[in-house]
Design a protein around this ligand. Structure first.
Ligand code: IMP
Ligand code: MG
Length: 180
């Protein structure tokens, strides 16, 4: 693992602790309500799984799958999978591994806007806040703010690899030599 990871950002125990603390806050804020956790595929799967173990309010789980890429003039986001569950009247919490520019979550919030949800908020495990381009996208819950470095592990990938690492760390720059 030494060659893949340059520096550990969160080890397994720290990830567990962050999830427990976030869930404790959710349990207070959503007491007596019914939550719909909307995981953003694929990266949020380990985070969502860890987080929901500690949530004690009634909840349902669904997933959306979107991809973003640089278009001619702006960032484009393609929706591959929309929600299956009827979210009418539910308190929606969009669960994402990391927020960077904010374009991906902006698209997902746009999809949910105008729908008949009781509320719609965002939770992220990691936030690269200094790289944000869309200031209107503000997660209600943030696990940890990190610098603008490329991280992998615990769901986060580099070219679909390293999602299985039990820790989160900065990817060794020799592996991509400046190209992500
Ligand atoms: P945004 O649309 O720029 O906010 O980017 C969010 C998406 O980019 C996340 O869902 C991740 O898939 C990906 N991403 C951003 N930064 C990283 C990183 O450091 N490691 C792995 N994936 C990342
Ligand atoms: Mg992602």
């Amino acid at each position: 693992m030494e060659e893949i990871i340059e520096r550990v950002v969160l080890n397994s125990e720290e990830i567990e602790e962050v999830c427990r603390n976030l869930a404790n806050q959710i349990n207070i804020d959503y007491k007596g309500k019914r939550l719909l956790l909307v995981g953003v595929l694929k990266g949020s799967v380990p985070f969502l799984s860890c987080l929901m173990k500690y949530i004690n309010v009634e909840l349902m789980v669904d997933y959306v799958y979107v991809n973003s890429y640089k278009g001619h003039e702006k960032e484009m986001v393609i929706v591959h999978k929309d929600l299956d569950i009827n979210f009418s009247g539910l308190d929606v919490l969009v669960v994402e591994d990391i927020i960077d520019t904010g374009f991906t979550l902006y698209k997902i919030i746009e999809m949910l806007k105008g729908k008949d949800v009781a509320s719609c908020e965002i939770i992220v495990l990691l936030d690269k806040i200094e790289n944000r381009k869309l200031g209107s996208i503000k997660p209600k819950y943030i696990g940890k703010i990190i610098p603008n470095e490329f991280v992998v592990g615990f769901g986060l990938d580099y070219k679909e690899l390293y999602r299985n690492l039990p820790i989160i760390g900065v990817l060794n720059k020799n592996l991509y030599r400046g190209k992500r």
